[in-house]
Design a binder for this molecule. Structure first.
Ligand SMILES: [Zn+2]
Length: 140
């Protein structure tokens, strides 16, 4: 074993990993081992004694980590859409207002609502089609 192990470095946390995520989002220094980082998503220590930050970044390429990280980071952004609110009684009407001074995060984005509407529309079409089909067969 080499004597000089690379110690975990806080500066690495500001790097971007291969998934486009900032290392700080999922990694911190391991409390028990100064030659390791700790993945907050996988609850796993990542040894960095040999190749330093490369070992940390390599952890991010792991299939399990990628899955967890992508769900955690991309969907969170999608579901927390900034909504602009002016002093109106109906916040939804201010969705496109660019001049507002206040923004806050809502758990549901407009995109989600559109997707839900599309799903409902699709099922209604399917239902109507099916009903029509039944009506036709009944006439025969
Ligand atoms: Zn991980």
């Amino acid at each position: 074993m080499p004597k000089h192990q690379t110690k975990f470095c806080e500066k690495w946390l500001d790097q971007k990993d291969g998934n486009g995520h900032i290392v700080r989002w999922w990694c911190k220094a391991d409390a028990k081992d100064e030659n390791a980082g700790y993945c907050k998503l996988c609850f796993k220590a990542i040894n960095c004694g040999n190749r330093g930050v490369q070992q940390i970044l390599q952890h991010a390429t792991g299939e399990k980590h990628k899955q967890t990280a992508c769900v955690r980071f991309s969907q969170e952004v999608k579901h927390l859409a900034p909504v602009a609110v002016e002093g109106t009684s109906n916040p939804r009407s201010a969705d496109n207002g660019a001049t507002s001074s206040t923004t806050f995060l809502v758990p549901k984005s407009h995109v989600d609502e559109v997707q839900v509407s599309l799903c409902i529309y699709f099922f209604i079409c399917l239902f109507l089609h099916f009903k029509q089909h039944l009506a036709v067969t009944r006439h025969l």
